[in-house]
Design a protein around this ligand. Sequence first.
Ligand code: GLU
Length: 584
Amino acid sequence: MIVFLTHSRFCRRIGIATLACVFVLVAPIEADEPVRATRQMVVTANPWATEAGLKILRAGGNAVDAAIAIQLVLSMVEPQSSGIGGGAFMLFSPAPEALEDSAQIVAYQGRETAPALATPDMFLDQNGQTIEYQDSAIGGLSVGVPGVLRMLEQAHQENGRLPWPALFTSAIELAEKGFEISSRLYFLLSQYQRRAEAEYFTQHYYDHDGAPRKVGHLLVNHDYAETLRKLAKDGAEVMYSGSLAREIVAAVKGNSIRPGRLVLSDMESYVAQRLDPICTPYRQWRICGPQLPSSGGITVQQILGILQEFDIASLGSNLVEAIHVVSEASRLAYADRNLYLADDSFVDVPVSLLLSPAYLAERASLIKLGRAMSEPQPGSLGELTAWNFSPSVHSDWTSTSHFSVVDQWGAGVSMTTTIQMVFGSQLMVGGFILNNQLTDFSYQPERDGKPVANRVESGKRPLSSMSPTMVFDADGRLRVLIGSPGGTRIINYVTQALLGVLDWERNIQEAIDAPHFLAQTGSIELEDFTDLAQHQDALEALGHEVRTRALNSGLHGITIDYTATGRLLRGGADPRREGLAMGD
Ligand code: GLU
């Protein structure tokens, strides 16, 4: 049922372009009821991944164990979005008893790093002009050191319950038996058909005549099974200094389209990080998100901090006013994001100032109810840098995947994971695709003589928008886990879903289903094929530029209510993708 619902909504958004969509349209089912459970729950972007995660929970694994099994499966069944060749941000909230016992909520980051030989001008041509996004995205140039496996291994060493090799079983089985190509994977392969330049990638996903493998084609991946066996046996080290590391370096450096600068010492020196998450209050809640180099934690919390000055709950009944206020708050927060935020191991970022209640109240005072501001300006917090320009924000078909897990002990994982653009660099090694995450850097290293905070530098991590989020109540109990794909729009999707649950009292599925409206620094975007278009004139009358477009989020969330007898978990999967919530 869920698959039909998912596909029918998805078809509308892609203009009913594929045969598969015609097939599923015979049974369109709309629903806004979340999946309920009382013990444990998994919500991911793909049914195979959800099943693999739940299997681990049923075998006595915890949320971190499940997250690893999920990622290993996603790498294969949703190769357009994430995989072991990419990077991720993850929040982990220990079980409530452990939290009482002073255990901490932690934020892990396994973001890709630029090679040591990377330079600020590496995305400029001989004339000093930025190269075209497509010319940099495919091939070796934009591959960063993959981080997700190191991160997961660290999270497992610190929190896991089941032995590491046990987490690989589902993925190995699936790689050997194969899985049926879904309509979304087929659709995206068909969009990238003309651009598919890498030989291994093309052979794996396309027929001899160059057509994408069809919906329902059983895709077997023996190379990936072999890779997984090595990783299960010898750990992530295989990826960072073993045979796999050498293969990755050879593929990147030896790429005939655009060779990259990765060397073995970049792989060997990679470290993931465990940090305190960024947490700030929002009304009676505490919102937690990832640290830099993701802008997700800071920017989501800046928007909410500004909105705290407005009665959002009652604004919800006047949709035009709600869209106006939320968009203005977003425009102000993105103005700060685009100027100040970058990897803070390289750049001073005024994080506490950006999140201070006084500063956010001052920003809120710039919002006028009856009139849009002409151009949102960043706050004056020390003008050391220039506006960030990353071309990947314009990409239409965003990739990335978010999943949420709650285990039987009440511990939770909220993890967003990506290989950056759809199908990453298209370079494949050992049955998986390598990222093109370096395209998240600013291609321009400086503007008007000032350095851009998010410029490329040796060993630096590119700025991300991934926003795995957790919400805690006044008693410190975990109440919401949520996140989304969507490039820089991730921040908007997550914020809107949080407003839905926290202010507009929607259940998690309703909050995810709700038609999207969003703004970054410029115009307001309304989700096409929804009722929102009727508000375009009223928003324009306030002075906004407005356009409608496909807004392909992939929100996957869980809410937790605590009852006298235990917990009620509700899970929601985004009908715009192929996700599935399951629980016990
Ligand atoms: N690479 C992006 C980021 O880290 C995500 C890409 C996407 O969602 O399409 O923010």
